[in-house]
Design a protein around this ligand. Structure first.
Ligand code: GLA
Length: 411
């Protein structure tokens, strides 16, 4: 591909470096001291989620392969003797909601989407609903994870505040079952309190996936099972390059909710409890093709084929063939996943398509939109040596076509 001339003002791609654990903790601690005075009783953090492959499958009881970012949400908190919940969020001014600060009480937490405060309030509410003995809390939140990027930033805030509740209230949930319970409570915070009809991918990935590892989440059961795989990519000189396009369709939440309804309707029309049940039958694609409604047929086609691509990716990760062939195959599966999310699921945008095509043209093995789509980020699998050129090309191409300049993260 011909090199596109970069923008005149700033000619290098914008890299978003993660904070170290110490830096993030110090930031949350000093925000806490500044806002509430004194020392927090606990400082915790949670990462963001990157779907390597397997998007829009969780609410059809399907499969996803995910990992987490080095970029994290940090929370400093201290229990109170009354029932006040006071929250300061360093990113609050840039998010929907009341600005940096929000206050409520344990007994007045009402489900509903009030912007960012509904996430910390939601997890406090969900844990209280589960019967845990709650007290008031002072909470300070700071994050280096981009929000609205398709990296599970809302789930990351919920998880970090959940971990802070766990420590501040002494809930003894710091074991595997406890982590699963926190993840379920996180999903309840988002679905029952905020009212976003998302699946369980984000809340379970941010708490149960490991940095430097990939995890297969299987949503056939609720809570999902998680199987860990070592991340061989680094050993073979490969990296995941996350490209945050910085854009989100304004109606993305409605678009997501429509997709979730479409998949339930497609399953009902095919007489199965969920599309996952179809994926295990040999004639799944023929049955999908029999759907009369074009939209439902395409939605079901994406979900059934995406589950299969997750299975093929796992097989390639653990296969015995030459590494180059296996990673090229994963790259191809990522490209197919993107095509399916674009053509069957209508979840892409022109910027995401351009980022994916440009990354591939510039030497990435594959790329795809990651997360809900409708804007947000793409993820590319590339050799470390090719990463700078891929980032340069994507940055310059998006700029040349009049889109916002992206930000880049590495995993
Ligand atoms: C959002 C939802 C998840 C999942 C992804 C797409 O992040 O919250 O449940 O459906 O989109 O895979």
């Amino acid at each position: 591909m011909a090199r596109v001339t970069g923008p005149a003002t700033e000619d290098t791609p914008r890299w978003l470096q993660p904070w170290s654990l110490d830096e993030g903790s110090d930031r949350a601690r000093s925000l806490f001291a500044q806002e509430f005075g004194g020392e927090p009783g606990t400082v915790v953090s949670a990462p963001g989620r990157i779907t390597v492959i397997g998007d829009h499958t969780d609410y059809s009881r399907g499969l996803a392969l995910a990992t987490v970012t080095a970029h994290r949400t940090f929370v400093a908190a201290r229990r109170r003797d009354d029932e006040a919940i006071r929250v300061v969020n360093a990113q609050g001014d840039a998010l929907r909601g009341p600005g940096r600060r929000w206050e409520g009480t344990l007994s007045s937490l009402e489900p509903g989407d009030q912007g960012w405060p509904s996430r910390p309030a939601g997890i406090v509410w969900a844990l209280t609903e589960r019967g845990y003995p709650a007290t008031g809390l002072d909470i300070a939140i700071d994050s280096c994870l981009p929000s609205r990027a398709g990296l599970g930033s809302a789930a990351s805030v919920i998880a970090a505040v959940g971990l802070a509740c766990e420590a501040a209230w002494g809930l003894a949930l710091d074991n595997e079952e406890g982590t699963i319970e926190l993840a379920e409570a996180g999903w309840e915070a988002e679905s029952a309190f905020v009212g976003f009809p998302g699946g369980r991918l984000d809340s379970h990935a941010v708490l149960r996936c490991r940095e430097g590892g990939a995890a297969l989440l299987d949503f056939a059961t609720a809570p999902p099972t998680v199987t860990h795989y070592p991340w061989y990519f680094g050993d073979y000189g490969l990296r995941l390059l996350v490209i945050d396009t910085g854009s989100r369709r304004p109606d993305w939440a409605e678009a997501y909710a429509r997709r979730s309804r479409d998949s339930a309707q497609a399953a009902a029309a095919l007489g199965v409890p969920s599309l996952r049940d179809l994926a295990t039958s040999g004639d799944a694609l023929a049955r999908v093709a029999s759907l009369a409604d074009d939209t439902l047929r395409r939605r079901a086609h994406h979900i059934v084929t995406e589950d299969e691509r997750v299975r093929e990716t796992i097989a390639a990760l653990g296969g015995l063939g030459p590494a180059h062939d296996r990673f090229s195959e994963i790259g191809t599966l990522m490209l197919e996943s993107h095509r399916s999310l674009r053509a069957d699921y209508d979840a892409s945008t022109p910027e995401l398509d351009l980022a994916v095509d440009t990354a591939f043209g510039a030497g990435a093995l594959g790329a795809r939109l990651a997360g809900a789509g409708f804007g947000g980020c793409a993820v590319a699998l590339a050799r470390s040596t090719a990463v700078p050129a891929v980032a340069d090309e994507v940055d310059a191409m998006l700029f040349a076509k009049g889109f916002a300049r992206p930000q880049f993260l590495l995993v």
